[in-house]
Design a protein around this ligand. Structure first.
Ligand SMILES: [Zn+2]
Length: 205
């Protein structure tokens, strides 16, 4: 329990979703020069874009696609959800669900299957889209706006062989009734876990 409390403290230091919006910090504030001609007159065009006053180049920012996986196993004691402990910043040491950024040229479904394989070694056979939540992910001093897509992932064989790798430092099977959303450090994942728990109560997800 002590460890769980420590994780909640870590999570409470994270900014709330939406922080930074409308407070003078344009999502492209770190981009000072036109990437096409190098002009320093690369200025805010609207809330989503910057434009070069010299060559006219315009760059729009959109959310980066990311995925989150819900994997369940059945035991004699009931259902358990596969959680991982984050091995890297941001929110290092807090709980997470497997997932990550989509790569160029792959589908979102392929992305979640790849991330589950990389982080747990499991082979996902079928995915089912659940919902999406926008998130902000601070990496290298830059706030990356993401669109996190949550999938229920079905694994036919080898669930018990899940092992942590890559961004995951540890694999934990937790009973939904024991899961505390505040132990999840990434805001969208915390919100997603809350939603999953609520859906489970309502309809037996
Ligand atoms: Zn330019």
């Amino acid at each position: 329990m002590e460890k769980e409390h420590r994780i909640s403290e870590l999570a409470s230091h994270l900014p709330s979703l939406g922080e930074g919006q409308g407070v003078g910090s344009h999502p492209l504030h770190l981009f000072h020069f036109c990437p096409q001609c190098g002009s320093p007159r690369f200025v805010e065009h609207n809330e989503k874009s910057k434009q070069c006053m010299d060559c006219g180049f315009t760059y729009y920012i959109n959310p980066s696609a990311a995925t989150v996986a819900l994997i369940e196993r059945r035991t004699e004691q009931g259902a358990e959800w596969l959680c991982v402990r984050r091995a890297k910043e941001p929110a290092k040491g807090t709980l997470d669900l497997p997932g990550g950024f989509s790569d160029l040229y792959e589908t979102s479904e392929q992305g979640v299957v790849r991330e589950v394989k990389e982080e747990t070694g499991l082979d996902v056979e079928r995915v089912e889209f659940l919902f999406s939540i926008p998130n902000q992910y601070v990496y290298s001093g830059f706030t990356v706006h993401t669109m996190d897509m949550f999938y229920r992932c079905h694994v036919a064989d080898g669930l018990d062989s899940a092992r942590a790798a890559d961004d995951a430092g540890e694999v934990l099977w937790l009973r939904p009734e024991d899961i505390r959303p505040e132990d999840f450090g990434l805001i969208s994942v915390r919100q997603g876990v809350r939603l999953l728990l609520a859906k489970r109560q309502k309809s037996g997800l």
